[in-house]
Design a binder for this molecule. Structure first.
Ligand code: 13P
Ligand code: SF4
Length: 370
């Protein structure tokens, strides 16, 4: 998806880090409780140090929903997170994303046209009333609304299990649905499916570039979980060889993996969980532990810095940062805050009322389920 971030004026782009830090602190102090800065765990330290709350995408969406007093929510994360915050907050609140080009390549792998086409195709071979769509939080508001309109729900990496259990679990004595179309991350869907006791024969990958997802009628009819062929380019880099190499070097080491990693990596892990869950696992590990983590590098480095009595390493020594999360830097944060001090709201992310209404239904189903 194309979003255009205009270049920052020189007083931001050319400012030195200390100057930016001073100016951010000053603007934040002037704005006081009018502004709430939210920081996803993958943000750089130069941004994260100014966050009023840190969290995973689920935790931050809850905080955004609960802080009805903040007039401006500056979301240091990516576009779908800012959209979700806008959907969950009141009309009097405005959500700002410091760099509009901070998207999510995985979220962009499913768009509303492709999902509508898939739904139509599915309806030609199966009873569509018995299919529930579930979208990962990492998706555009239009997809959340699609799901909301059709009785489905949003999920995040911390509650995918609860949401899928709800979708396929009992409702008035019958399973709520026979089948789930899960998008856009096949890996989260597959890892969650296995965690719930399904196996490979219950799941099929839906390739949106091919007729009927590249499947035959019988496979579509039989599958319980249809997994959209999307992935996260950061988490897909982790391979079983990384886990084997770590375990060889550290036989008593602990392996922590985000569920956006492929199944063959997740099945080798001691803990598979959202960013908050991975942080909790490092906190709980005894001093002296050696911990290999498969997730974005800024979080891994922060975990290492925050736990000097434990050794925390990234399982892939060559892993790159999430390039879109990385776009939010001190200069962009300073620019949006100083603009707010001047009474100008830049980079507002807002979702139209009809989309927001149905997306809220899907998000609230998630919140009620977990
Ligand atoms: P969390 O839900 O764990 O915050 O993950 C979001 C994300 O984008 C991970 O790549
Ligand atoms: Fe999207 Fe992957 Fe970046 Fe998360 S780490 S925001 S899923 S591209």
């Amino acid at each position: 998806m194309l979003r255009i971030q205009r270049a920052l004026p020189e007083r931001y782009a050319g400012a030195d880090p200390d100057d930016l830090a001073r100016r951010i602190a000053r603007a934040k102090a002037v704005l006081g409780s009018e502004v709430l800065i939210l920081g996803h765990h993958y943000q750089r330290d130069e941004v994260m140090r100014f966050a009023d709350a840190r969290g995973d995408s689920f935790g931050l969406s809850r905080i955004a929903a609960s802080r009805t007093d903040a007039r401006y929510i500056v979301f240091c994360g990516v576009h779908f997170m800012a959209e979700s915050a806008d959907i969950l907050t009141g009309r009097q609140q405005q959500v700002v994303l410091p760099d509009l080009n901070a998207g999510c390549s995985m979220a962009d792998m499913a768009d509303i046209d492709a999902v509508e086409e898939a739904w139509e195709a599915l309806g030609r071979v199966t009873d569509i009333e018995r299919v529930l769509p579930i979208t990962y939080m990492n998706s555009a508001a239009a997809l959340k609304a699609f799901v909301g309109r059709r009785g489905g729900a949003v999920c995040t990496s911390s509650n995918a299990r609860a949401v899928l259990s709800w979708a396929l679990g009992p409702a008035d004595g019958l399973p709520r649905a026979d089948k789930v179309l899960f998008f856009p991350d096949q890996h989260l869907g597959r890892n969650t499916g296995y965690a719930l006791g399904y196996d490979a024969s219950d799941m099929a990958v839906w390739d949106p570039r091919r007729d009927l997802g590249g499947l035959d009628d019988a496979t579509v009819k039989e599958a319980t979980l249809l997994l959209w062929k999307g992935h996260c380019s950061v988490h897909q880099r982790f391979r079983p060889e990384h886990v084997h190499a770590f375990r060889e070097q550290h036989p008593d080491g602990l392996v922590l993996v985000h569920p956006e990693c492929a199944r063959d990596v997740a099945e080798l892990a001691d803990v598979v969980g959202s960013t908050d869950r991975l942080i909790g696992a490092v906190d709980e590990a005894p001093p002296g532990s050696i911990i290999g983590v498969a997730t974005e590098i800024h979080l891994v480095k922060r975990l290492a810095d925050d736990h000097p009595d434990r050794t925390v390493v990234c399982l892939d020594p060559l892993v790159c940062p999430c390039s879109t999360m990385f776009r939010i830097d001190a200069a962009h944060l300073c620019w949006v805050l100083e603009s707010l001090v001047e009474g100008v709201v830049v980079n507002r992310v807002s979702v139209d009322e009809d989309t927001a209404r149905w997306a809220r239904v899907a998000l609230e189903r998630m919140l009620a389920t977990t």
